[in-house]
Design a protein around this ligand. Sequence first.
Ligand SMILES: Cc1cc2nc3c(=O)[nH]c(=O)nc-3n(C[C@H](O)[C@H](O)[C@H](O)COP(=O)(O)O)c2cc1C
Length: 143
Amino acid sequence: MPTLLIVYNTKTGNTELMAKAVEEGAKQAKGVNVTRTYHATPSQLKEADAIAIGAPTYNHRMTLDIQQLLEKTAKTEVNLEGKTAAAFGSYGWSGEAPENVLEVLRNRFKMNTIEPPIRSKYRPREKTLEECRELGRKIAEKL
Ligand SMILES: Cc1cc2nc3c(=O)[nH]c(=O)nc-3n(C[C@H](O)[C@H](O)[C@H](O)COP(=O)(O)O)c2cc1C
């Protein structure tokens, strides 16, 4: 069964609400194995057929956990080329992190990115959660 890995970081729960909605949407498609996790390793990324990364913005950047995951994955030369990738995340005023993540996935890992990333100003409202579910459905359809 194809797998979607949702990796995210969150400090106050806002990006987690988005991650859960992406998971919900993806699970509506039958025949897709969905894992939502806080910690992932490069080999988990390698095993997955599609990856969605939830990255809140802190100090104009992605959090260290997400940054280190991407760095380790690059260092271990894991090949993710051609796999589907998406990014999302909560922010307060500038919200760079999801686009930065997607930029790395697109340029360094040659992944097939779904653009633009989904961003939520602070706590996601129903409209944004529905966009996240839609993203999950869209990824699942590609698998
Ligand atoms: C110390 C600190 C730094 C922050 N820096 C930024 C920032 O540079 N840009 C921005 O858009 N939001 C910034 N925020 C706001 C967070 O991105 C926002 O609260 C978001 O909802 C947190 O998501 P989370 O609940 O998933 O951790 C910052 C918040 C804190 C507490």
